[in-house]
Design a protein around this ligand. Structure first.
Ligand SMILES: Cc1ncc(COP(=O)(O)O)c(C=O)c1O
Length: 453
């Protein structure tokens, strides 16, 4: 099911091409002559020379340890270059660009590439602007009646939860919130307790379960397949908030068996800002109405005439219908394609292993520090690239500020007093190296020591 990946040689050629183009880009992008081939060929998760070379493809100031990909992933230079080239080409010769470059066929090719990357079929995926948009399409597109119920958890992001509450407010439906605030979920001992917590909330009126593949609060990976299988057995639809896994893990949406999956392109996938996707399983396509839509309806145009069988009109029959909504920033699509090239050249499996290696290093090091609690599991089924922790007696915001001002370490806090949740969170992606993880650990240890004295 997975796509043919470009060879290392092709990847390097694209690197060389992108680093020598330099059409009007700032010096930061092109004049900073990066090595054109990575030192060493190894892709082992702990091959620092290889991964440092990969990290050097990002523009991040070397004095900064960027550990907040969970909010926004910086793009590597070739992704920025591709986006810049698209903008340049568009404004240089707009007619040629829309005739030969930004065409329906190219857009379909990108959907096919993305679909192969995430493990679904090309007609089941739409290019969106962000995760929130996909979550809103998935929830608000359903037909609901008063008394229907939708489940979400209180460790979801508002991008997934608030569309549920909006749908409920509009249709007189009921939001049923699964409480994951109890300490036994941080970390959970096993996957089944998460499946059970959600299963217990199902009633005969439940229409949809909306939940995160990876919680942004604690970094917990939910057992997506088990939850979706359980929901399917009980006749309930599933909508997965996949803001984090694409680009972090080697994901396979068909294997999860979910009905809908909303992902981000501008986080771990490292695409340009305002990129994302929504997967809708072919069999449920007609249950999910497009919310913003200007395409044919029941095969008819706005004049009531039958529409021609063109690539544009055919989009109405597939998940591409969720894209039929006026002008889009097509340079984002160029950046998405370049981001897929980048990931596929390194390989999603190698990236996942590197992310897990860095996260485990952070987790294990932080756990050793007196006063530090780590909330993410050691079990690889329940954890991945987000590491949440607290330092006793120091506000998470203070920890952020101190790490930033003293060491240039950029992490974030996730603070929600309503659910008694206030932690620091580090995102460990491939622009981070092992030395920076060690700096995080020693930086927190330094704060712990000062706090004690
Ligand atoms: C779990 C989760 N869902 C949704 C979002 C919103 O993502 P986007 O900005 O792509 O809409 C975030 C953002 O951090 C998130 O962490």
């Amino acid at each position: 099911m997975k796509s043919q990946r470009p060879s290392r040689r092709q990847f390097m050629q694209s690197m060389i091409a992108s680093s020598t183009l330099g059409v009007g880009l700032t010096g930061a992008v092109v004049s900073d002559a990066a090595p054109l081939v990575p030192p060493g060929e190894g892709k082992e998760a702990n091959d620092e020379a290889y991964w440092r070379w990969i990290a050097s493809q990002f523009l991040t100031n070397p004095s900064i340890a960027y550990m907040n990909t969970g909010s926004r992933g910086p793009s590597p230079r070739q992704v920025i270059q591709a986006q810049f080239d698209a903008i340049t080409a568009y404004d240089t010769d707009r007619l040629s660009y829309v005739t030969y470059v930004d065409t329906m066929e190219r857009r379909a090719e990108l959907r096919a590439r993305l679909a192969a990357f995430v493990g679904c079929d090309a007609d089941e995926v739409a290019l969106t602007n962000n995760t929130t948009e996909g979550m809103a399409f998935g929830t608000l597109g359903l037909e609901l009646s008063p008394g229907d119920e939708i489940i979400y958890t209180n460790h979801d992001h508002n991008g997934g939860a608030q569309p549920v509450n909006l749908a409920c407010a509009r249709y007189g439906a009921k939001a049923v919130v699964v409480d994951l605030s109890d300490a036994r979920f941080h970390p959970p001992e096993n996957e089944d307790m998460l499946v059970e917590a959600i299963a217990d909330a199902i009633t005969p009126r439940t229409k949809l379960i909306s939940f995160c593949h990876i919680n942004y609060t604690d970094g917990c990976c939910l057992p997506v397949k088990k939850i979706c299988d359980m929901a399917r057995d009980r006749g309930v639809l599933t909508l997965v908030d996949g803001a984090h896994p694409p680009g972090m893990l080697d994901i396979d949406i068909h294997a999860y068996g979910c009905d809908m999956y909303a992902g981000a392109g501008h986080k771990w996938l490292l695409g340009g800002m305002l990129t994302g996707f929504l997967y809708v399983r072919r069999d449920v396509l007609d249950q999910v109405w497009p919310l913003v839509y200007s395409g044919p309806i029941n095969g008819l145009s706005m004049y009531g005439s039958e529409v021609d069988d063109t690539p544009y009109n055919r989009q109405a029959l597939t998940a591409a219908r969720y894209e039929m909504r006026g002008s889009r920033n097509s340079s984002n699509f160029a950046s998405m394609k370049a981001a897929l090239d980048f990931h596929e050249a390194i390989t999603p499996a190698a990236i996942e292993q590197r992310v897990r290696y860095l996260a485990a290093r952070a987790r294990d090091g932080l756990r050793e520090i007196p006063g530090v609690d780590v909330y993410v599991s050691e079990d690889p089924k329940l954890s991945a690239g987000l590491v949440s922790f607290t330092l006793a007696g120091v506000e998470p915001k203070t920890v952020n500020n101190e790490l930033w001002t003293r060491h240039g370490i950029y992490i974030r806090d996730v603070t929600h007093p309503e659910i008694d949740w206030a932690v620091n969170r580090a995102s460990l992606h491939i622009m981070v190296d092992a030395g920076q993880v060690d700096l995080l650990i020693s930086g927190v240890a330094e704060l712990a020591k000062e706090n004690k004295t």
